[in-house]
Design a protein around this ligand. Sequence first.
Ligand code: GLP
Length: 233
Amino acid sequence: MADAVAWFLAECLAEDPSLVLGLPTGRTPIPMYRALVKLHRQGRADLSRATTFNLDEFVGLPARHPGSYHAFMRKYLFKHVNLDPSRTHLPHGDAPSPVAEARRYDAEIAAAGGLDIAILGIGANGHIGFNEPDRSLPAGTNVVTLKAASRAGNAAAFGGEVSRVPTRAISMGVGTILSARHVLLIATGAGKASIIAQALQGPVTTRVPASLLQLHPRAAVVLDRAAAARLTE
Ligand code: GLP
């Protein structure tokens, strides 16, 4: 999965060096970032003119906090490749008004011309970004309250203590994600098999936010065998 996506991105960047990418965090994309860094070191992936927008950030955390997604991105991608720091974007978790920050982030994405490729992981409950299952989902970047399961899934970066994981995040909205010209969903491992089957072959419902990707005209899904195990022919 990691190599396939990294090669795909390198090829897209070769065709259009000024791509605008939507980038995920989580365990799933780590091997993909490693593969992309490797291609970059081999001179096969040039990110010097690319722009990136991350999907989300925890409310209350400054960029320097080790549990922040800013820190994650520095660790796994930014410090290893030739992205221009002025063209890498994440919501500011410590902004005085998270709501205003969410609006500012959408304006920033719009000013960049929208996302060319949104790369997404999927939460065990079907969340994309941090858009949690609900009766309705917001279109634009917004402040979301995290479900207990999502906080637990992020505890590793907070010394394993769920209570230290922030309760809210600023997340790109589902509308922003669906407005990307291409969407690439990635998932690995048996733990994602059930939600992948629901998202790809179940009904389109805000109760499984990733199922909304079924509506996207140019969405691709890259899975390992374990994550694909419950898909029917
Ligand atoms: C995280 C992120 C999501 C990510 C998901 C799955 O908390 N906010 O963007 O896709 O949860 O994470 P993992 O790849 O670790 O399973």
